[in-house]
Design a protein around this ligand. Structure first.
Ligand SMILES: NC(=O)c1ccc[n+]([C@@H]2O[C@H](COP(=O)([O-])OP(=O)(O)OC[C@H]3O[C@@H](n4cnc5c(N)ncnc54)[C@H](O)[C@@H]3O)[C@@H](O)[C@H]2O)c1
Length: 346
């Protein structure tokens, strides 16, 4: 069954969603909305999209659209997801779920009220290496899991919205650590307590003094059965985006290196177009991503959401509106722990 998709947000995330949608059978990229006319026109021509809208509300009125894919700055996630569900659309929304718990609770309430499908887009759940990790854990390959560690780190967001807390909800924890938090929540559910430590924002940051949110953040998530989890998100890492999961068990351990764990190495005197997200240059020895959208999970993620809309799949744990809210509660607890100096019980 064909599903017509309307993307809202025509820049970075919108582009990699559009590229990933191309590989999903029976998904039709039908419309794009963005207030930036240049970005909108460029996006429509590159991705050969029929309908363009300067106002997302007009896209939501289009009866042809089955599934709205929100690739907007964080502060608009709640407003647009709520408006889309009220307009009778199914919704995919990029991370984070929302910028405040109040907004997150409103999304959950409207989803229940309208009965529309809501998909929280945590791509790590679908990354092939992490799908294999989950299978190995289920098979008992490393025994009883004791300690899990995950990080996403790079040298700073390209988006101007990432500089202000009111636009993004925080700094590197809500932007980057949100991924390992989402993945571990998918594996283990909710922790019982959370401890957090972050750089202080602004002048108190390690590197990004003009950014209001933290540029380094760390959380310890403790589970009822004694399992411990650490998560990290930082903007102080040079050399390209580094996404790693390590898991230690009674009978073994494993490491999944999602961004640099590829078989390709290049030495180039002149450099070339693109190596990997946030890599500063491409001269000398580099490790270009082989199929970044596949490795990070976007292709399988969007296919799964489309299959859920057509009834061909059952929505996977970790992607519902409630899951999005739980993940936001963990992030909020890291921030509260950092500001109070206390462990937060959930
Ligand atoms: N899953 C991931 O790893 C990943 C990676 C990057 C970004 N993201 C998420 O994707 C979202 C978008 O990020 P980005 O990097 O593409 O941001 P961006 O700032 O590069 O682009 C946002 C786009 O939204 C448009 N926009 C702003 N207000 C609008 C409005 N009212 N109506 C219509 N369009 C509007 C802007 O004009 C811009 O084109 C963010 O929430 C981010 O967290 C996720």
């Amino acid at each position: 069954m064909k599903v017509k998709i309307g993307i809202i947000g025509a820049k970075f995330a919108g582009d990699f969603h559009a590229q990933s949608w191309r590989g999903v059978p029976e998904a039709i990229l039908y419309a794009i909305a963005d207030i930036d006319s240049e970005a909108r026109k460029f996006f429509a021509s590159v991705h050969k999209i029929e309908k363009t809208y300067n106002d997302y509300k007009k896209l939501l009125e289009d009866p042809e659209i089955d599934l709205v894919d929100i690739c907007l700055p964080n502060f608009l996630h709640a407003e647009v997801a709520i408006a889309a569900m009220k307009a009778g659309k199914n919704v995919i929304c990029e991370k984070p779920f929302a910028t405040t718990l109040e907004d997150g609770e409103r999304i959950v309430a409207v989803q229940k009220e309208t009965g529309q499908k809501y998909f929280y887009a945590e791509d790590w759940i679908f990354a092939p290496s992490l799908v294999r990790v989950k299978n190995l854990l289920e098979e008992g390959a490393i025994g009883k899991v004791l300690y899990l560690k995950g990080k996403e780190v790079h040298n700073g967001s390209h988006s101007p919205f990432a500089q202000k807390i009111k636009f993004c909800g925080g700094g590197s924890v809500i932007h980057l650590a949100v991924h390992p938090i989402g993945f571990f929540h998918h594996l283990l559910g909710m922790p019982v307590s959370v401890t957090g430590r972050c750089s202080g924002g602004g002048e108190k940051n390690m590197v990004h003094k003009k950014m209001e949110g933290e540029d380094w953040g760390f959380g310890i998530l403790s589970y009822a059965d004694g399992t411990e989890v650490t998560v990290e998100g930082n903007y102080v890492t040079r050399g390209g985006m580094d996404d790693v999961v390590e898991i230690y068990g009674t009978d073994g351990r494993l490491t999944a290196d999602m961004t640099f764990g590829n078989p390709l190495k290049v030495f180039s005197m002149k450099g070339y177009g693109y190596a990997i997200e946030k890599a500063e240059f491409t001269q000398g020895w580099t490790y270009p991503a082989v199929d970044e959208h596949q490795a990070l999970g976007y292709k399988d993620e969007l296919k799964h959401f489309k299959d859920c809309v057509t009834g061909e799949a059952k929505q996977i744990r970790g992607t519902s509106a409630e899951d999005g809210l739980n993940i936001l509660k963990i992030i909020d607890a890291i921030y509260r722990s950092n500001s109070t100096g206390k462990r937060i019980d959930l």
